[in-house]
Design a binder for this molecule. Structure first.
Ligand code: ADP
Ligand code: MG
Length: 402
C-alpha cells in the first residue's frame, strides 16, 4: 500500500462546504500547558489549505484517555488557543463534540472560520465506533477529511465510522505520512537500510518480517538483539532475553538469508550489573557477557559498523532505540545511529514513540526526511497492515466507498 491511491483534499472542492476534519491533537500536557505542539503544527497545512479554499472548518480530536467521561483537565480549549496563535485567526470551541451546542456552532461558521469540537473520547461511543455517534458527527460536515495519522490504526467513530457516511479523503499530513513511508516500503531507492531496536522481538515480528526481502541491510539493536544473539548460541548473562521468541529470531535469520536481506547483529555490547544511571559499565565482545551482568546498549564497534552502513544508504527506516537511551551510560548507541542518520544523502524515516523521543533528545528531529507523528500507527504501517482509517478513504482510481 502506498496510499498514493487515496484521494486528498486536493481532489475536492471545499468552497463554502462544512469540512469535518479528524486531526490528532493528542498532545502532551503538563499543568494545563502544552509541552510539545508538534502534532498541532503538523495539522496546520491542511487547515490552511481548507481555509484558503473557503471551507467552514470543523476540527475534531481526542486528548488523553478520559474513557467516556468528561474530564475537565482534558478539554481541548488550550489546544484551540494555541492553534489560534499558530494560524492567526480565532478558533471557537464548544463544550461537547455532538449535540445542540455543536450543531449551532457549526451553523454559525462562515467560509474560512475554524471550530474545534470538544474531546471525542468524553463519549465511550467514540472508541466503540458506535453508528449513532458516527451519524451525529457526520451531521456536522458535508465532507470528511482524515488528517490524524496517529489514530488511523484504530477503527473509531471519528476515524472510520464517520468516513462511511460522508465523502472521505486524506489530509495533507496523512498523505505525507503514507506516501513517504509507503514509498520507502514499496519502491525504495537502494541501498535500503532498516534499523530495528527496542525491547521485544515479539513487538516487532511484523515489522521485521515485512522488511525482509525489501531491505538490503537490517541492523538489529536494543534488547531485541539479545534474543537474536541467544538464538545464535551466545551466553547473554542476566540480559533481558525473550525466551519465547528465540525460535522466532532463528526463523527470521534463516528467512532473511534466503531473501537477500543481510541481518547485522551487535559485535560488542555495553553491560552493567544493573540498570542505573550511576552504575559502572563495561564494553564486552558478544560471547563475553559476564554471567552477572546485563546488556543495555550496543557497543562502540557495533555503533561504528552500523553508522557506516547507514551513511552509505539511500533509504533508511529506523524503528526502536539501540539501548536504554533514557539513561546516559546506555545512550551512546542510539545517539550514534541518530548522528549517522542525519548524514545520509537520501530519504530518512523515523517511526515509533520511543524512537522519535530518542531522535528529539539528540536534537536531530529536524534533520531527517520524515519523523512520523504516529507511534502505534507507524508501527502497524511498517508491518504492512492497511490502517482502517486509511482503507475507508476514497480511492483515487474513481472507485469510492460510497
Ligand atoms: P518504539 O516506541 O520506538 O517502537 P520500543 O517501545 O520498541 O520503541 O522500545 C523502546 C524501549 O526499549 C526503550 O524504553 C528502551 O529503554 C528499551 N530498550 C532498548 N534497549 C534495551 C536493552 N538492551 N535492555 C532493556 N531495555 C532496552
Ligand atoms: Mg515504545
Amino acid at each position: 500500500m502506498t496510499g498514493l491511491d487515496k484521494q486528498t483534499i486536493r481532489d475536492i472542492d471545499a468552497h463554502g462546504k462544512r469540512v469535518l476534519v479528524r486531526v490528532d491533537f493528542n498532545v502532551p500536557m503538563h499543568d494545563g500547558e502544552i509541552s510539545d505542539d508538534t502534532r498541532i503544527r503538523a495539522a496546520v497545512p491542511t487547515i490552511e489549505a481548507l481555509r484558503a479554499q473557503g471551507a467552514r472548518v470543523v476540527l475534531m480530536s481526542h486528548l488523553g484517555r478520559p474513557d467516556g467521561a468528561v474530564v475537565e483537565g482534558l478539554r481541548l480549549a488550550p489546544v484551540a488557543v494555541h492553534l489560534s496563535e499558530l494560524i492567526g485567526v480565532p478558533v471557537t470551541t464548544v463544550r461537547d463534540c455532538i449535540g445542540s451546542e455543536a450543531d449551532s456552532a457549526v451553523a454559525a461558521l462562515e467560509p474560512g472560520d475554524v471550530l474545534l469540537l470538544e474531546n471525542l473520547r468524553f463519549h465511550s461511543a467514540e472508541e466503540a465506533n458506535d453508528p449513532d455517534f458516527a451519524a451525529s458527527l457526520a451531521k456536522l460536515g458535508d465532507v470528511y477529511v482524515n488528517d490524524a495519522f496517529g489514530t488511523a490504526h484504530r477503527a473509531h467513530a471519528s476515524t472510520e465510522g464517520v468516513a462511511h457516511l460522508l465523502p472521505a479523503v486524506a489530509g495533507l499530513l496523512m498523505e505525507r505520512e503514507i506516501s513517504i513511508m509507503g514509498g520507502a516500503l514499496t519502491d525504495p531507492e537502494h541501498p535500503f537500510v532498516a534499523v530495528v531496536g527496542g525491547k521485544k522481538v515479539s513487538d516487532k515480528i511484523g515489522v521485521l518480517k515485512n522488511l525482509i526481502g525489501k531491505a538490503d541491510h537490517l541492523l538489529i539493536g536494543g534488547a531485541m538483539a539479545n534474543t537474536f544473539l541467544r538464538a545464535q548460541g551466545y551466553k547473554m548473562g542476566l540480559s533481558f532475553v525473550e525466551a519465547t521468541s528465540v525460535s522466532t529470531a532463528r526463523a527470521i535469520l534463516s528467512e532473511a538469508s534466503h531473501a537477500g536481506t543481510v541481518i547485522h547483529l551487535p559485535v560488542d555490547l555495553v553491560v552493567a550489573s544493573h540498570l542505573s544511571s550511576s552504575v559502572e559499565t563495561f564494553i564486552v565482545g558478544v560471547g563475553m557477557v559476564p554471567d552477572n551482568t546485563m546488556a543495555f546498549d550496543i557497543g562502540p564497534a557495533t555503533t561504528e559498523r552500523y553508522a557506516d552502513i547507514i551513511r552509505s544508504a539511500t533509504t533508511v527506516i529506523w524503528n526502536g532505540p539501540m539501548g536504554v537511551f533514557e539513561m546516559e551510560p546506555f545512550a551512546a548507541g542510539t545517539i550514534g545511529i541518530a548522528q549517522a542518520l542525519v548524514q545520509v544523502n537520501g530519504t530518512t524515516i523515523v517511526g515509533g514513540g520511543d524512537s522519535v523521543a530518542a531522535l528529539e533528545a539528540c536534537g536531530h528531529a529536524d534533520s531527517v526526511t520524515h519523523v512520523s507523528t504516529g507511534g502505534g500507527a507507524a508501527l502497524e504501517f511498517l508491518e504492512g497492515i492497511e490502517l482502517p482509517g486509511v482503507a475507508v478513504l476514497r480511492d483515487r482510481a474513481g472507485t469510492t466507498t460510497h
